[in-house]
Design a protein around this ligand. Structure first.
Ligand SMILES: Cc1ncc(COP(=O)(O)O)c(C=O)c1O
Length: 449
């Protein structure tokens, strides 16, 4: 019999290297072993603490272990509440759906049906693509340069990144890429090619079932579509009978200030994908919103064991009631967003060619040297800040703090980024106009959140 190493023969840290697949990634940049977390601060087992400008890749919009969500979750579990139920009726699901209608759909005049497609963002995208094809009877899907929609085959087929696409190991078919907003830096009129080929029966371009778009490209380099570009896209889809899918998996749930990232543009997508921060607690939960007339599924036609995770419904309901009952939270997120933008702009101003990208609390800096962002993120980590990179060459330093972050914590993180940038790129040409008072220790979230 082979001898299986046990913890007594394996150092506690090397188990990750020995046993975990090569596919692991975040832990390579942040090798700390994390133990606990609260709000925007994580603790590691070596006693260090880290300020979080990463937020679980957008799954922790309300910070780690929000006390109100924790309390509801523990109460629910202790009460013997149902944990797993496929798509059976539960009180937890009823409460969530009721809150979602009252707090999110109704105030925005949305009459979409809610589908639970499985627990992750890519599950939602797959369901959206499948439904669009079923309803229209067409196969082709258009998506955008530098889009990211997930790692399963359908989602990969509409994703741009060549490294991720190559991982598919087979041809990714039935989709084409079209230029995202400003892809040609304004040199070509928006949608010129698309309008022309859709109106030309000799173009040889099959009419697509749907166009899928992110309002802000979270993984693809933080390009943010202008509201007028989104409106033009929406009108073009309507005019040609093409369904518009907005993938709000990363930019939704308040990340840009409004609950949905497309609200600013005033458009109503046919299908909307949501996941990441829907549970508010990092528990997996996704949903797909479908305009009622498109809800043409046969019962069970799209299925899955983990649709509707009741603990996630419980925390999700509390998050909706607590943060989205009125405009106060959204207003605060927009204030924090302006502070973040100003802080990053002050840093970028010190380095020729550096620009701020993104929108809301999904904002970063693109440096002219593509390798700089990775080095700045590493230097920030050494100084106690978790911040990642984005873009096909990891060329954008991507900040995504919790929406509940306090002004002091936000300022601390920006100061760490300024110091890390200086360590990597040297003293700024113009002194960075460091925002606000001196650095203070990270503290908990605002009391009023
Ligand atoms: C816009 C977007 N869509 C889909 C996904 C896939 O979500 P998941 O990783 O939960 O499958 C992501 C993940 O980052 C995303 O950013």
């Amino acid at each position: 019999m082979p001898t299986v190493p046990t913890t007594s023969s394996t150092s506690t840290n090397s188990i990750f290297d020995e046993l975990e697949s090569q596919v692991r990634s975040y832990c390579r940049n942040w090798p700390a072993v994390f133990t606990t977390a609260q709000g925007s601060t994580l603790q590691a087992e070596d006693g260090r603490s880290y300020l979080d400008f990463f937020s679980g890749a957008g799954a922790l919009n309300y910070g780690h272990n929000h006390p109100a969500l924790l309390e509801a979750l523990v109460d629910y579990l202790r009460s013997g509440g149902i944990v797993h139920s496929l798509d059976m009726h539960t009180t937890a699901k009823r409460d969530f759906l009721t809150a979602f209608r009252e707090r999110i759909l109704a105030p925005r005049n949305l009459d979409h049906k809610v589908m639970f497609p499985g627990p992750t963002g890519t599950n939602s995208v797959e369901s959206a693509l499948k439904l669009a094809r079923k309803v229209t009877g067409r196969q082709h899907i258009l998506s955008f340069t530098n889009a990211f929609h997930g790692m399963t085959l359908g989602s990969l087929s509409v994703t741009g990144n060549s490294m991720k696409r190559n991982g598919a190991g087979l041809p990714l078919t039935n989709s084409s890429k079209i230029p995202y907003d400003d892809y040609f830096s304004g040199a070509i009129e928006d949608f010129l090619w698309l309008e022309r080929v859709l109106g030309d029966s000799g173009s040889g371009v099959d009419k697509p079932a749907a166009i899928i778009v992110e309002s802000v490209q979270g993984e693809g380099g933080l390009s943010a579509a202008r509201p007028e570009w989104l409106r033009a896209l929406s009108e073009l889809c309507r005019a040609h009978g093409i369904l518009l899918i907005v993938d709000d998996v990363q930019a939704g749930c308040g990340r840009t200030g409004d609950f949905f990232s497309f609200e600013e543009a005033g458009i109503v997508p046919d299908i909307i994908c949501l996941s990441k921060s829907l549970s508010g607690y990092g528990l997996p939960l996704a949903l797909t919103l479908i305009r009622p007339e498109l809800d043409q599924w046969e019962p069970g036609e799209h299925n899955g064991t983990f649709r509707g995770h009741n603990p996630a419904f419980v925390t999700g309901t509390v998050a909706l009631e607590r943060f989205w009952s009125d405009d106060a939270f959204s207003t605060r997120v927009k204030q924090r967003s302006a502070e973040l933008h100003d802080g990053l702009a002050a840093i970028a101003a010190g380095y020729d060619g550096a620009v701020v990208k993104g929108r809301g609390l999904l904002t970063g800096i693109k440096f002219p040297d593509d390798s700089a962002a990775t080095k700045v993120a590493a230097a920030a980590y050494r100084r106690g800040l978790l911040v990642e990179t984005s873009g096909p060459e990891d060329e954008v330093l991507k900040t995504m703090p919790a929406l509940t972050i306090s002004p002091d914590e936000l300022r601390s993180g920006i100061e760490i980024i300024a110091a890390a940038t200086q360590e990597v790129l040297g003293v700024p040409s113009a002194p960075a106009d460091t925002p606000g008072p001196q650095r203070t220790e990270p503290r908990g979230e605002d009391d009023d959140t």
